[in-house]
Design a protein around this ligand. Sequence first.
Ligand code: PEP
Ligand code: MN
Length: 359
Amino acid sequence: MTPLTLTPLSEWGFFTLPPRPCVIAGPCSAETEAQVLDTAAGLRAFGINVFRAGIWKPRTHPGSFEGIGVEGLRWLQKVKSEYGMKVCTEVASAKHVFECLKYGVDMVWIGARTTANPFLVQEIAEALRDTGIPVLVKNPVNPDLDLWIGALERFNREGITKLGAIHRGVSSSEKIKYRNDPLWNMAVELRARIPQLPIFADPSHMGGSREYLRELSQRAMDLGLEGLMIESHCSPQCALSDAGQQIEPPALQALLESLTVRDATSPDEEFRENLSRLRERIDVIDENLIRELAERMKVSAEIGAAKKAHNVAIIQTGRWERVLEKVDAAARQYGLDPKFVRAIFDAIHEESVQKQNSL
Ligand code: PEP
Ligand code: MN
């Protein structure tokens, strides 16, 4: 993978950073001019600068509200001119992009269903070339990190450097309390693979219900994500899409104020030096742990070879129980949780048995 060329989020002219989170808020769908303007006014009142509203809606069933279409872009223009906010919407085709350009949309996002389709992503990326418009790419509906990264690469190859990701969870075949499985690990992996890429969380589509917005937003902050995209509607109970997950602007203000946001680092030099000394110690300890583990595996292999030579079974009844008893006692002596230590030794035992089996 060639590294992406990215413009830092603070240089997009959309957000100031710090403080986190950078917030994008607005209704799931633009429904009427009054709804769009009322919601924008409510958000602007407490300092939200970036407004979202779906104009074309990808719905599961035909016949549900599929978005107001181009007419809604005029309302977004009004949000810009009356409240000085930046506006963004979802695009799912080159045609959507051209309409957005005509009406001065400031930023676009790629929906989860579109990210999963490289043909569409390519078409949209080409339509956005040379526009300078930032693009936020939602993760695909399935847990495929490479497909997500592939979409980001397609935009970057067309010269789009104001790029970000939105983590909105993935659909799950299991019954879970959220609408989508948060699978935070996907965002953590993305950060590890592309450290400079700004990541937003979308607790609205992740949770599917307003009651989960706070816990999911807090989690996103704890993981160090830069931003939040949250659905907000001036009268959520009347919303034509995603009514159960939208909140009124004052509720969003209260939610944001309730978040505990820790800094990624501190300006205190003594603290930073101390932290780096402690980390060096951890690194040495980790190395020692690995060396000891390797030593243990070597001895275990010798035992395996001896058993084989004498035609003795690999698993010896009673032996492992005795090891565990000793390990359990030692764990308690050193103040470690025996369950935690047991889990480690189970993994070690499994590996040892497997290695002896393959001799
Ligand atoms: C949306 O943001 O309105 C939307 C449809 O989200 P997603 O693509 O994450 O389902
Ligand atoms: Mn929605």
